[in-house]
Write a protein that binds this ligand. Structure first.
Ligand SMILES: [Zn+2]
Length: 457
């Protein structure tokens, strides 16, 4: 470990008089909860703690949860910063209770060399208000540098199906080589699983498609076939796999079955795959156009069952911002993707409020399980030794979503007008209040996430 990889420190703070969101071994949900942070790390959790000179944040009975880890965002900076950028993207993250993001670069400059990855990390460090991990791109071009990049990235991003400016890989031999190289580097493959050739064929099959047919143009079969292939490649090469933004019940079934066989395979989903369905397309039009497509209600139920049993480990937003005028083009010219990092906790909490997911699973899906799914240490728990990342909210307070008022750049939301709860009133990152009363506080300046060492095999 080099000096720059060491824990970046942070502030001292006592959060006093909060309530826990779920009952855990050491915390009684009914009692008052204090959390003491020193130099950015939690040093005590209990009640009646002494501040010992640290500043005090009085929770006044608000609920405290760990700062969220969004395992999948696109902030498009550098390259397409007019669509987002780290200043606005990370401000949006704090609004959603998110204190760490894992960023996927799908526009040039791609992270295909150590130099590109390091320069990206430095670019982000100066601009982000949250901690961050930058994924390296797994492409034939990046293979010679994978071992070097493995020390600087949580995982390697592979597109089996193309999306937003990046084509998918179609050749099985090439894919096998990429999985083998990932296994040698000791980092897991995080994959966008859609079968590129099926996508191309389906596009020809529906030449006059509208947003209402997007789930047919990017079909269930395309995702399922691609996940099946990715699992096969893991078996052949020993690579580990995390399927990003899983959107189908059948895909969840394949991951569940592979995990039962002892394979190192995990997955995550996004809020739109469990809160919305293709039935919302006539109402939302291109605003619902995302890749993979949003499927049926039955698929949403299958994904929720996967979250409940741990097959789907995490909920990440796949925050994929575009200006509203781009989304208002006719279907075939409109880009795919929606913003939602601003609402990650609010949308996750909605699953609890509507009885679709139990509180413990919902919280873990955006905190502890999210961190563990990509082996990010020190994040996602209110426990001694973990980073002092916290979000406070009043569970009884609800607000209507107004896209124009969200901090990220797009200023529109597929959840416009929806009444949600869980709006964070204060967000603390490594012991420093970073967001309060609806606005960011203090200076920008993020820290790269600590990484577990790669395990080559
Ligand atoms: Zn994505």
């Amino acid at each position: 470990m080099t000096a720059s990889d060491a824990h970046p420190g942070g502030g001292d703070l006592l959060v006093r008089g909060a309530r826990a969101f779920v009952r855990t071994g050491e915390v009684d949900a009914g009692g008052e909860l204090d959390v003491l942070v020193e130099n950015g790390r939690i040093v005590a959790v209990g009640s009646g703690l002494d501040a010992g000179g640290a500043p005090v944040l009085d929770a006044n009975g608000r609920t405290v949860i760990p700062g969220l880890i969004d395992v999948h965002v696109h902030f498009r900076d550098p390259g397409l910063a007019h669509k987002e950028g780290w200043e606005t993207g990370s401000a949006g993250a704090l609004h959603g209770g998110v204190t760490s993001v894992v960023e996927v670069q799908n526009n040039p400059p791609l992270s295909v060399s150590l130099e590109a990855l390091e320069s990206r990390i430095e670019h982000v460090r100066a601009r982000s208000r949250v901690d961050f991990g930058c994924l390296a791109n797994l492409l034939p071009d990046s293979v010679p540098e994978l071992d070097a990049m493995a020390k600087k990235t949580p995982a390697l991003k592979l597109f089996l199906g193309g999306s937003t400016g990046l084509g998918g890989q179609t050749d099985r031999g090439t894919l096998r080589d990429l999985f083998a190289a990932a296994a040698r580097s000791g980092r897991m493959v995080v994959a966008h699983c859609e079968d590129e050739l099926m996508l191309r064929a389906d596009k020809l099959k529906y030449p006059n498609a509208t947003a209402n047919e997007h789930h047919l143009v990017r079909s269930t079969e395309a995702e399922v076939s691609s996940i099946r292939l990715a699992i096969e490649l893991c078996e052949e090469t020993g690579a580990e796999l995390h399927v990003f933004h899983i959107s189908t019940k059948a895909g969840v079934g394949l991951v569940r079955e592979a995990r039962a066989r002892g394979l190192g395979i995990g997955s995550s989903t996004a809020p739109h795959y469990v809160l919305l369905s293709c039935d919302d397309a006539p109402r939302l039009g291109n605003l619902l156009r995302v890749n993979p497509s949003v499927k049926t209600r039955e698929d949403a139920d299958g994904i929720l069952a996967g979250l409940a049993d741990g097959t789907v480990e995490a909920i990440g937003t796949d925050h994929a911002p575009h200006p509203l005028e781009d989304k208002q083009r006719e279907y075939r010219h409109a880009p795919s993707g929606m913003p939602s990092v601003d609402l990650l906790w609010q949308l996750t909490y909605e699953l609890v409020r509507t009885g679709r997911l139990d509180a413990e699973t919902a919280l873990a899906s955006v905190t502890s399980r999210a961190a563990e799914s990509l082996r990010i240490p020190g994040k996602g728990r209110i426990e001694v030794g973990f980073d002092g990342d916290l979000a406070l909210f009043d569970p009884s307070e609800t607000r209507r979503v107004i896209g124009a008022e969200l901090p990220s750049r797009s200023k529109w939301s597929a959840y416009e007008g929806m009444e949600l709860a869980g709006f964070p009133t204060s967000v603390v990152r490594r012991g420093v209040v970073a967001f309060e009363h609806g606005a960011c506080t203090g200076e920008a300046g993020g820290a790269p996430l600590l990484l577990t060492p790669p395990t080559p095999h």
